[in-house]
Write a protein that binds this ligand. Sequence first.
Ligand SMILES: [Zn+2]
Length: 241
Amino acid sequence: MTPPQSPPAGAVGGRALTETVARPRAAAIPEGYLTMSGLRERGWTDAMIRDYLGDPDATRPNPRYWSAAPMKLYLADRAATAEATPEWARRKALGDRRRAAGEAVAARKRAETQALARQLAADLVATLAFPADPRQAAIDAYNDWHSTACTCPGWHELGFCDKHAAASDPPEFLHRITVNHARHELPGYDRADNRLAGRVGHQDAHEILRAAVNAAIEAKLAARPPVTPKEAAEARRMDIP
Ligand SMILES: [Zn+2]
């Protein structure tokens, strides 16, 4: 069977066929045959399939993509015969042990990465020092950063760039920009975040670092005495060298 050179009946008119266009009908797996994934479900590795079964007994066009390699089919009887041998069972047990060991190593590395993220967060937060009025500092930084002219990716779409922050904004918004500002001002945050890159489980670890630092900032913010506008103005004046 050769792949059609034009879209199948029912396809959107003239749309080019690519490997991302699914076949309209999945090829049925004939009775008495197993696919590679069917064999894997029974405990076969690809190496075991190659070593014990060799070439497939039949092939079918790939059910998902026109251009993909044909689906390999193996006679279920041949697979069952191989599975009944002690050698196959030993090989499967070896494969199971290797897989379990690999998963244990990956789990250990993920745990190490997460522990590193928590340690980095703790080290960073130890150096955390707020300006006299963290909220006003965040408002000022926000207004310095965003202008009607800027189009910050991820922020512009939310309407952040057009906005002018003020102390009269909703508390939830002010809290968020205050925490974010304090985190961005932490010396070494980016360096710490970069130390997680490329490690096993780093996707989660970046989030752990951010969340742990945010939580510590929020705790320290909550522990601060409230800053009245008058006190804040006074504190800012004192900051000027
Ligand atoms: Zn902006």
